[in-house]
Design a protein around this ligand. Structure first.
Ligand SMILES: [Zn+2]
Ligand SMILES: [Zn+2]
Length: 349
């Protein structure tokens, strides 16, 4: 085994403490990556909360990171030491089911191996995430980080970015499309930037009047105050695609009414059970969808697109020693728009 340093939650706690972590020795198709920057995702917060009431095992979060290849296994052909690399929230899949064969490893029928809290398909151990100075991953689930992309700002593309990119592409968003984004957090701000870069006329639907300036700064053309019935009525049947990134339980009906004829409301992330009056779908032949994470081909396509458009997340960069502060502030939505941890402080004692 190899050792590295990272941030771990011990059994029954959600506070992270710095400690020594074990990584597997390189298999023939593995890369050892020095993690340089790791984003702080809402999933990390949820995982830590769940871990607090879990007596077994340890948790090391982190599933959107960029870094540098340090070592390669004997059979690796696509990467060399020194290259810039990026890893997202899945690190393996069955490779043979219809979803995997379609390049949608994120929907693998055998469930993809998650970057942390997942079960390694070969030795059955629990995966430890990117809040760490080193990560060992199959080369097939690592991505080249294109030159010209800021490595810190690119880290959130690997979870938040790909989660909004796949539905935008699958729903055919491009020049001539009208898109609305509900919620302006880590996912929502990237949805606005990507929709604008794809050429769509883009609006933000928000319950907070103060978000209007942020929305326009991100490139949005329109801003609709979702608590204002007159403003919502004015955009009735307006948007071809509504990307709903609101994670708290909420009524979908007001947002469905803003969807255009034959348009789609796509809710991203996990909302659980919802109640929908099918009349809100019937009138206008509207569709309700969902998505999350992304497959390998579309992740590579996203990184190429972002490099071409010089598009990265708006981040607040903190040394990894402030990880608990970052999580506390994220829990209060006190971030614009994503925390990224600089892992280089783990090299110091
Ligand atoms: Zn995530
Ligand atoms: Zn599969």
């Amino acid at each position: 085994m190899r050792t590295t340093t990272g941030w771990q939650a011990d059994p029954g706690t959600r506070r992270l403490r710095r400690t020594t972590l074990m990584r597997r020795d390189l298999r023939p198709d593995d890369l050892a990556i020095r993690v340089d920057y790791c984003g702080v995702c809402h999933s990390d917060l949820h995982a830590l909360r769940a871990h607090e009431s879990d007596a077994g095992g340890v948790l090391v979060p982190g599933h959107e990171f960029t870094g540098t290849v340090r070592e390669v296994g004997s059979a690796v052909t696509g990467f060399a030491p020194g290259e810039a690399v990026a890893v997202g929230n899945i690190v393996d899949s069955c490779g043979t089911c219809p979803m995997c064969l379609a390049g949608q490893e994120n929907f693998c029928r055998d469930f993809p191996t998650l970057t942390y809290g997942g079960r390694d398909r070969q030795d059955g151990t629990t995966t430890l995430g990117g809040y760490s100075r080193e990560y060992v991953v199959r080369e097939a689930f690592a991505h080249h980080l294109p030159a010209g992309l800021d490595a810190a700002g690119a880290a959130p593309l690997l979870c938040a970015g790909i989660t909004v990119w796949e539905p935008l592409r699958a729903l055919g968003v491009g020049p001539g499309s009208t898109v609305a984004v509900a919620g302006l957090g880590g996912l929502g701000h990237l949805a606005v930037k990507l929709a604008v870069a794809l050429g769509a006329t883009t609006s933000v639907l928000s319950r907070t009047r103060e978000k209007a300036d942020e929305a326009h700064a991100l490139g949005a053309d329109g801003f609709v105050l979702a608590t204002d019935a007159r403003q919502m009525a004015a955009v009735r049947d307006r948007f071809d695609v509504v990307i709903d990134t609101i994670s708290a339980p909420h009524d979908l009906a007001p947002y469905l009414r803003t969807v255009a004829l034959d348009g789609t409301l796509s809710h991203l992330g996990h909302l659980g059970r919802v109640t929908v009056d099918t009349t809100d779908l019937l009138i206008g032949r509207k569709k309700l969808g969902s998505a999350g994470s992304g497959g390998r081909p579309s992740t590579a396509a996203l990184l190429r697109f972002c490099a071409a458009h010089r598009l990265t997340a708006d981040i607040e960069l903190l040394p990894s020693s402030r990880v608990n502060t970052a999580l506390d502030r994220l829990a209060r939505n006190d971030v614009r728009h994503r925390f990224v941890l600089d892992m280089s402080d783990l090299d110091r004692q």
